[in-house]
Design a protein around this ligand. Structure first.
Ligand SMILES: [Zn+2]
Length: 187
């Protein structure tokens, strides 16, 4: 059974209960994300699904996903650039950096500082880690450093260099992303 997102995460306790969380929250609740958007939407939502569990090594793990729709500003034409953000979450909860090395391949560390890490799963202190931070951090990682429309969809590209448009009938002249990269590097 899935429960809604609690305000704070206690991943060790959640993992011991094999907790499934899923639902949605207003995008406006993620202040760091909203601050980076060109057109924050009061109705936009963040959808998520999280599963807390202990793996065969008794490590605390979080698997799931988070999705949201955002509108950025294209840095070439300055027009709105809608993007669907979708992250797959695979985290290993660690309370100090030494534990990071033990994580399996493909599992990212989630560092949550712990005042007294119990050696063998003893009684836990209270953890005050905002649940929305986990989702927000995953979404922030998906934002492009320089938001740009694809070349064929950007009004600035069409307006400034119509003669460089590929012939529609010439399949082999289609723009190759590596050619674009090479052109950028050559500047
Ligand atoms: Zn553009």
């Amino acid at each position: 059974m899935s429960k809604a997102l609690p305000t704070f995460l206690d991943p060790w306790r959640f993992a011991d209960r094999d907790l499934h969380l899923s639902g949605r929250l207003p995008q406006a609740a993620l202040a760091r994300l909203v601050a980076l958007l060109d057109q924050p939407s009061p109705t936009a939502e963040v959808l998520y699904q999280l599963h807390f569990f202990r793996d065969e090594q008794r490590r605390v793990r979080v698997e799931g996903w988070v999705r949201s729709e955002v509108i950025l500003r294209c840095q070439r034409c300055l027009g709105p650039l809608p993007l669907s953000l979708s992250a797959t979450i695979s985290l290993g909860v660690v309370s100090d950096l030494a534990e990071v090395e033990g994580l399996p391949e493909g599992v990212e560390p989630l560092l949550i500082e712990s005042a007294e890490p119990p050696p063998g799963g003893g009684r836990r202190h209270e953890v005050r880690y905002p649940s929305s931070d986990l989702l927000e951090d995953e979404l922030l990682l998906l934002l492009p450093y320089i938001p740009l429309h694809p070349e064929g969809a950007c009004s600035a590209v069409g307006a400034s260099s119509p003669q460089e448009r590929p012939e529609p009938e010439a399949e082999q002249q289609r723009e190759n992303p590596f050619a674009v990269l090479a052109e950028l590097k050559g500047r």
